[in-house]
Design a protein around this ligand. Sequence first.
Ligand code: PMP
Length: 419
Amino acid sequence: MQNDGEELQNDGLESCNGNERESFKDSRLVEDGNERESFRVPLGPGGKRIRVSRGDPVIFKPYWTKMSEECMVEIKGCELLSYLSDLRSVCWFMMPELRDAIKRLHALVGNAETSDRYIVVGNGSTQLFQAALFALSSSSSSDDQINVVAAAPYYSEYQDQTDILRSGIYKWSGDAMEYDKNEAYIEVVTSPNNPDGCMRGPVVNKKKCGVEGKLIHDLAYYWPQYTPITHRANHDLMLFTFSKCTGHAGSRIGWAIVKDKEIAKKMTKFIQMSSIGVSKESQTRVAKIIEVLCDSYKNFKLGSKESELFFEHSRRLMKERWEMLREVIKQNSGFSLPKFPRVYCNFTNESTETYPAFAWLKCTEDENCESYLEKKMKILVRGGSRFGSDPRYARLSMVGRGDDFDEFLKRLSKEHLKD
Ligand code: PMP
């Protein structure tokens, strides 16, 4: 099992005072009230290592800094005491205001069908992924462990999340493209995909393996800042996360949209067993932020500034970063990037490019992109083999801090000048 916990490992304290450097203090070094500052990975400038390996979506922080007052929530000491939220709902710990906010958000963006569906809230979509594995496997007629597969390159955490508890009802079985067993399986379809940004559908060849599999659609990045919204997704089990939608990863809110009531009930049961629900403080905060986001679209008047709308603002940021990266890569023959078609987006009503949260970089001059970048440029990325793929590839985050991204670009272009 890989153990750097990168996807989850955060670097500590955050503040809203605009001093983003704060967020890189190591909170474990705060002892006896005396804060001893230390940076685990000393940052540039000055030739220190820079980390662009994590998917911590802090890129949107300046937008939310401007919206700080509007998004403020006040919770009194006497509020939110109960475990329960809505006993009439399958997901009894989900607050009705959050459920309504999520439906409103999907209606605004047009990226998922929510009517006649069950919504289950989780501690991030990470918990919901495990809840989905539990629900789908325990509904299977097979006595054997169900095989969990995803097409490579796949999100590097699926494997560990599947195998961590050595479950008796499911197990990780690797690349969906190679799956040909005549045994029950669950295929995880991540679209757009982490790490390579491609839109995807299921790939297991049902004719070859002779069984009907079950699907989990992880749509964490199906939001307009990353990709054109081409259709209202309508799959049996879809996972979304607030982490990638607005960048509020610390609130740990994800949701599943589920067609089948029994599956929704089992997912709810899993969350009940593992955490007896989801923090109501978080649910309240997320409901508020979604309300502010949706209201800004409702109240938007022709002639007002589009920069005040979250998805327009965030898409422009992603576009800027991608254009800068492509420009640097164009000058540097040692690397290449995937190309994406321009596609009509139903949300923006125009043909747009794809600006994924990660860049899937191919090193054309070295067999191992991760070690090449670390040795030559002191840039920390996550190598292709972590995603079940070729080590000539590496994933780098496009959603990290602005100064890290700028420094990363500087190093890539300097490397070119040396050649
Ligand atoms: N799915 C994918 C594809 C992801 O990239 C991530 C986060 N990196 C998650 C799920 C987990 O998100 P959450 O913060 O909601 O647990």
